[in-house]
Design a protein around this ligand. Structure first.
Ligand SMILES: Nc1ncnc2c1ncn2[C@@H]1O[C@H](COP(=O)(O)OP(=O)(O)O)[C@@H](O)[C@H]1O
Ligand SMILES: C=C(OP(=O)(O)O)C(=O)O
Ligand SMILES: [Mn+2]
Length: 527
């Protein structure tokens, strides 16, 4: 039994004279500069660096094993259990640590653009710039909403508090612990701002299915006719980049819900990668780097204060956070109709999957459950080159419930709303990682444009002999030979070997799923 009253302990800290409540952006920037948390760049954007942790740290993430969630969580490597005692003792230590700081930053925010499915989030930060990040990433309540705000979840982030694993029961000095019963996310030891937004996403992945809403690790945009496209993909596969499109309105770049009313963004901002960013290839994101944006781990010239997006000295996972309305044509409030097109983004480091192919219903379910892609360098601690992985629903690190719960919902929704599904390889072509090269962004954009404009409907396709995928023979703006992966390899035999190797990986991975209808199981590679 818990010996403390959580709300009371927290209230004591929140009532402290050191607390700044809901500071506006300009004041937060002043504070962050004054406290030497970062610098101003020539773009007007603020830049922070985050020390040892420059990406998410999955091994340090835990869920408190509490009675009410014990039997529902899909415990394992992703959802690691931790005891209520450990949580309680860390919670008290962190609050004590924070209470002694000269300044603390607290703010109110929402996730879920659809008011029906919105969650109120209170965030308590040690750092001004983290509070600034939260302000830009979550939805910003109106003044009226501020007055009637009742927090449903609280994030407590104390990056300067380092756990001692042998005493505190954590995996390292860093910890990200969710308690569903205490409605708290406790973060310590890591300065990577992405942990805050992604732990809230995990919470939504837990709460929404019970309300009949499918939470999705995807970006979303809409064409002029209001036709909605979703782009599912693990980190680095192109959700943010490809959803920013001058011809389409942005709904959101990372986390969405699909309810009976349509899709809605969970967030109020975007979190884009900056590595090798150029104005020419990603003009919308480049233009969002200005006053009010937060750069993370981007190297800045000391004299000119100009960001150098090519410099990966601190990490490959350099980032910028900005409010969604910094992207031209963003849709506000970020809600839209049921999707007509669904794109699964995969970064295939084997270089064998076609750059675009059309999926049958069964193939769509097979690939959604498989979630084949690569972990790209940087976003997760310890990943320095592309690593093949199967990440169910293209978002396994964020799913507290068993995968089939989400997959079944997607299957039902695709059938009901008759969405077309495409598989897009934004990874390697012409050979595996190290030999081939990444599919050119320009070509991927052309393929996606064609798909969304309906130009790949009823076109001539060839069936991939191993993967059974339907590959268009022609696509506007793309040379024919690029479309057929084997054609892009000099050594065709080497291609066959790699393709079979990947097919075996799919088979082995899929064997872990039980009770899958035969037509879906049969929709995988044939070897
Ligand atoms: N063919 C491609 N398609 C999409 N992104 C590409 C491609 N080639 C290179 N990239 C780069 O890969 C990264 C994709 O990252 P991002 O869109 O942020 O992924 P996500 O939002 O899914 O994590 C960007 O830095 C982009 O410039
Ligand atoms: C912020 C993240 O998301 P993404 O890379 O998908 O944008 C992350 O995974 O840490
Ligand atoms: Mn992204």
């Amino acid at each position: 039994m818990s010996t403390i009253h959580y709300e009371t302990e927290l209230e004591k800290v929140l009532r402290g004279e050191n607390v700044h409540q809901d500071l506006p952006v300009a004041r937060l920037i002043e504070k962050a500069l004054e406290r030497k948390e970062g610098i101003l760049t020539s773009t007007g954007a603020f830049r922070a660096t985050t020390g040892r942790y420059t990406g998410r740290s999955p091994k340090d993430k835990f869920i408190v094993r509490e009675r009410s969630v014990q039997d529902v969580i899909d415990w394992g490597n992703v959802n690691q259990p931790i005891s209520a005692d450990i949580f309680e003792s860390l919670y008290m230590k962190v609050l004590h640590y924070l209470s002694e700081k000269d300044e603390l930053f607290v703010r109110k925010g929402f996730v879920g653009a659809d008011p029906e499915h919105r969650l109120s989030i209170r965030t308590l930060n040690e750092f001004a710039w983290h509070n600034f990040f939260v302000q830009q990433l979550f939805l910003r309540p109106s003044e009226e909403e501020m007055n009637s705000f009742i927090p449903e979840f609280t994030i407590i982030s104390a990056p300067g508090f380092k756990a001692q694993p042998e005493i505190d029961g954590t995996n390292s000095e860093a910890f990200i612990i969710v308690s569903f019963e205490k409605r708290t996310i406790l973060i310590g030891g890591t300065e990577y701002a992405g942990e805050m937004k992604k732990s809230i996403f995990s919470i939504m992945n837990f709460l929404l299915p019970d309300k009949g809403v499918l939470p999705m690790h995807c970006s979303a945009n809409a064409g002029k006719e209001g036709d909605v496209a979703l782009f599912f993909g693990l980190s680095g596969t192109g959700k943010t980049t490809l959803s920013a499109d001058a011809k389409r309105g942005l709904i959101g770049d990372d986390e969405h819900g699909w309810s009976d009313n349509g899709v809605f963004n969970m967030e109020g901002g975007c979190y884009a990668k900056c590595i090798r960013l150029t104005e020419e290839s990603e003009p919308e994101i480049f233009g969002a780097i200005r006053y009010g944006a937060v750069l993370e781990n981007v190297i800045v010239d000391e004299k000119t204060r100009q960001p150098d997006y090519d410099d990966c000295t601190l990490t490959e996972n350099t980032r910028v956070a900005y409010p969604i309305d910094y992207i031209p044509n963003s849709i506000l409030p970020s809600m839209a109709a049921h999707p007509t097109a669904i794109i699964f983004l995969t970064a295939d480091a084997f270089g064998v999957l076609p750059p675009i192919s059309k999926l049958s219903r069964e193939q769509a379910m097979y690939h959604f459950l498989s979630g084949y892609t690569s972990k790209l360098a940087g976003t997760e601690r310890g990943v320095t080159k592309p690593e093949a992985t199967f990440s169910t629903c293209f978002g396994a690190p964020f799913l507290p419930l068993p995968a089939n719960r989400y997959a079944e919902m997607l299957g039902d929704k695709i059938a009901k709303h008759d969405a077309e599904v495409f598989l897009v390889n934004t990874g390697w072509s012409g050979g595996p990682y190290g030999e081939g090269e990444r599919v050119k962004l320009k070509l991927t954009r052309a393929m996606i444009n064609a798909a969304l404009d309906g130009e790949l409907n009823n076109v001539e396709t060839v069936e991939d002999p191993i993967f059974g995928l339907h590959i268009p023979v022609h696509c506007p703006g793309v040379p024919d030979e690029v479309l057929q992966p084997k054609q892009t390899w000099n050594d065709k035999e080497a291609y066959d070997v790699k393709a079979k190797e990947l097919a075996m990986k799919f088979k082995n991975n899929f064997s872990k799923f039980e009770n899958i209808p035969a037509p879906i199981r049969a929709a995988g590679p044939m070897i």
